[in-house]
Design a binder for this molecule. Structure first.
Ligand code: ADE
Length: 418
């Protein structure tokens, strides 16, 4: 079996991490149980490009137990947990191609290695696998029944392909399931982004002016958690409804040009490019900390920062100090890559449980629908979304009420009024 990991000797440490995370992934575990018995993925070849974490390892085990042939590479050069990658390759015998810190050339070489299985299903976090097939390996597309996409940025890329009529196979937007973005994006990103900033800097959040760029689900979660820790949170937005929502959630809203002058910690979560540019870097206070928690490292103008700095040096762990000509310093975390996965461990298993339950069930759905779907972006079927929510509630021993027949009739009628 082929693989490329940093050090196979890390496998037993990685295995313990995978087991630790499995304890908090009860929904996925239940699905793994059904899959192991019924083998609904027999014959499928699933190519995966995901953050290589302990939670992802549990998804890979579930797909394999379901009868699929699986191969995995990283969806970001800095998010790989090398011990988990080793466990996947050596202990769980899943071809894994991921080394933390890999350069661009190796990142794409690893994508090619995964695609060499000639997949029937693709699973992406950011759409790099699908875009590689569409750009360089179009001959593989006719084999692919469909793909699943995990994240907001990936779904945006795929919707743009769909709109232009460029998609060569159907894709399910896992991100858009309620049991995904309401929990993973909000509570997962919220907590893990703060976790990454803390592990990197050990700064005090209380009393800091904490600037959150973007008030989507990830921004909302981060703003909420920073507020909870005592920060004065400032939100920047381009969307008027989201800006209003931020105001009514109790945050100050202002343009980034204003926020730049007063912020202590800045984090971008927009999915867009050049959100903080040299203009804002110039306006920042000495000691400002900048980080990104959006999928790609394009939200901070890193090239501009590099050019305007007199000197750059690694100060501690993932913190790079940029010194300006006037003596001012700006501290960049994790090279502008996803701070929650590069400086911490990503979202907790408790939320990845639901995201990955959707991935597993949608993989089965794609196989069941063979030949019936068009080449477009689909929502996660409501039944799957609801099943995941119910299973999660069951795992928490929480029961809820059921509509009576009378209530059902009331809700489905229009005649009844005052
Ligand atoms: N994305 C964010 N957190 C993650 C995690 N823990 N595992 C996989 N993908 C993630």
């Amino acid at each position: 079996m082929d693989y490329d990991v940093k050090d196979p000797k890390l496998a037993s440490i990685g295995q313990k991490k995978v087991e630790w995370s499995a304890i908090n992934m009860p929904v996925l575990k239940r699905i793994q149980g059904y899959f192991a018995k019924e083998k609904p993925l027999s014959g499928a070849k699933v190519a995966c490009c995901l953050h290589v974490t302990a939670e992802t390892a549990n998804l890979m085990r579930t797909l394999k137990d379901g009868g699929a042939e699986v191969a995995l590479c990283a969806s970001n050069p800095l998010s790989t947990q090398d011990d988990v990658a080793a466990a996947l390759a050596i202990i769980y015998e899943i071809p894994t191609f991921a080394v933390k810190g890999e350069d661009n050339k190796n990142y794409y070489k690893h994508i090619d290695s995964v695609l060499s299985i000639e997949p029937t299903v693709t699973m992406d976090d950011g759409a790099d696998l699908i875009s590689t097939i569409h750009k360089r390996k179009r001959e593989l597309a006719s084999n692919v029944l469909g793909g699943c996409e995990e994240t907001t940025t990936g779904v945006i890329r795929l919707r743009s392909m769909d709109k232009k009529g460029d998609l060569l196979f159907p894709v399910i937007a896992i991100n858009d399931a309620e049991t995904k973005h309401l929990f993973d994006n909000r509570y997962g990103t919220g907590q893990s982004t703060i976790d990454g900033i803390l592990r990197a800097t050990n700064h005090l959040i209380a009393g800091s002016k904490f600037v959150v760029c973007g008030y989507g689900w990830c921004g909302k979660g981060t703003a909420m958690r920073a507020k909870g820790m005592g920060a004065q949170v400032i939100v920047t937005e381009v969307n008027p409804q989201k800006a209003l929502e931020a105001i009514m959630d109790g945050f100050q809203v202002m343009p980034i040009a204003e926020a730049a002058k007063i912020g202590d910690i800045f984090v971008t979560l927009t999915g867009c490019t050049k959100v903080i540019t040299t203009e804002e870097f110039k306006a920042m206070k000495d000691g400002a900390v900048i980080a990104n928690s959006g999928h790609f490292d394009v939200e901070l103008d890193l090239e501009g920062l590099q050019k305007m700095a007199k000197e750059a040096r690694r100060l501690r762990g993932v913190v790079t100090e940029f010194s300006m000509k006037d003596g001012k310093r700006i501290f960049l975390l994790a090279d502008g890559r996803l701070v929650n996965l590069s400086a911490a461990e990503g979202h907790p298993a408790m939320v990845m449980d639901m995201s990955f339950a959707n991935q597993a069930l949608c993989t089965r759905f794609l196989l069941q629908q063979e030949g019936k779907l068009e080449n477009k972006v689909y929502k996660v079927p409501k039944t799957i979304d609801e099943t995941v929510a119910r299973m999660k509630l069951e795992s928490m021993n929480v029961t809820i009420d059921t509509l009576t027949k009378e209530q059902e009739a009331y809700l489905s009628s229009w005649e009844l009024g005052t």
